[in-house]
Design a protein around this ligand. Structure first.
Ligand code: OXD
Length: 309
């Protein structure tokens, strides 16, 4: 029995080796060269072509190769009643935390101003502001949000989080629902988006949300480009309300070369690299999920298709 691998972004060789080192019995087929559809028990996917998961009579698991699963729901012809699992991996989480902490600290210590002064050969001392003056708001508080929140709290930041439904968290103030969203925005000098992309979160970072943020606030988006209305962000930065943004995800990826974000002095652009799945770390979860679905149990990190994550 085998796993079907569909991804242009991940290495099939690394995945095949990582899976074989854990269970040499697992066969491995790479789309579109898969020859034995009846052997396929699990599909390991990142942005698979619509319809590619049909015609697999023994498919028991659709496993995302990333933390997000919005790419799976973009397929209007998904097979019915096959469980879908998110990837929750300690290495991926660690990379995301590193990236967000980098962006938050760069903003907090005003690396943009320091670099600007360097380019002018200007020995300008930009004094650090007290860490308590940089209030951080995190939208989305799953595995990655919690780990990020804890790291920022440990550094001394005042952190709040927002989720769709109520949640309790130790040192982090929590908000939920539409009113909580406004309350969190009003108190976020640095706003981090780590939300899953669903019909309810698409376009949430829009002109109204930006206007609710305090003057001079900074936006970090490491979730999906479609959470944010790009023109609204540009307007809020260019009219001086927001001080800038740090973006890893975009509406169109790769970001077109003529896009205004590339050369904007107040926007940092990185090419969707905040967290990249490492096969040797994540493969054990895939094998474990395969074992679970084989005995009729739900996989770990099961997605609820009614909410989309
Ligand atoms: C993911 C991503 O979902 O890298 O893991 O965007």
């Amino acid at each position: 029995m085998s796993i079907l691998f569909i991804s242009k972004a991940d290495s099939p060789t690394e995945w095949q080796q990582a899976l074989a080192s854990l269970d040499p019995e697992i066969g491995f087929q790479v789309w579109p060269d898969s020859r034995k559809p009846e052997d396929i028990e699990a599909a390991l996917v990142w942005k698979h072509p619509p319809g590619a998961l049909l015609g697999l009579p023994n498919l028991k698991l659709i496993q995302s190769l990333g933390a997000g699963v919005d790419h799976i729901f973009m397929d209007p012809r998904l097979p019915k009643n096959v469980p879908i699992a998110r990837l929750v991996d300690s290495e991926l989480t660690r990379q995301m935390v590193e990236y967000v902490v980098l962006a938050v600290l760069s903003r907090h210590r005003r690396l943009d101003l320091i670099r600007g002064a360097q380019l002018l050969r200007d020995w300008q001392v930009i004094p650090p502001v007290p860490i308590s003056c940089s209030r951080v708001g995190i939208l989305g508080f799953g595995e990655i949000g919690r780990a990020t929140g804890n790291s920022l709290v440990n550094l001394g930041f005042k952190v709040a989080s927002w989720t769709r439904t109520p949640h309790t968290v130790g040192a982090v103030t929590s908000y939920h629902g539409p009113e909580g969203f406004t309350s969190l925005l009003e108190k976020s000098d640095i706003l981090i988006c780590l939300l899953p992309l669903t019909a309810k979160t698409r376009g949430l970072l829009n002109a109204e949300a930006f206007a609710t943020l305090p003057t001079d606030a900074y936006v970090i988006n490491v979730a999906r480009g479609a959470h944010l209305i790009e023109q609204d962000l540009l307007a809020a930065i260019d009219n001086g309300h927001l001080s800038g943004a740090w973006l890893d995800v975009f509406d169109a990826e790769p970001l077109p070369s003529n896009h205004p974000f590339w050369a904007h002095p107040k926007i940092v652009v990185t090419p969707h690299l905040a967290g990249l799945t490492v096969a040797s770390s994540a493969a054990s979860q895939v094998v474990h999920n395969l074992q679970l679905v084989r005995i009729g149990k739900p996989p770990q990190n099961l997605v609820d298709p009614t909410v989309g994550y």
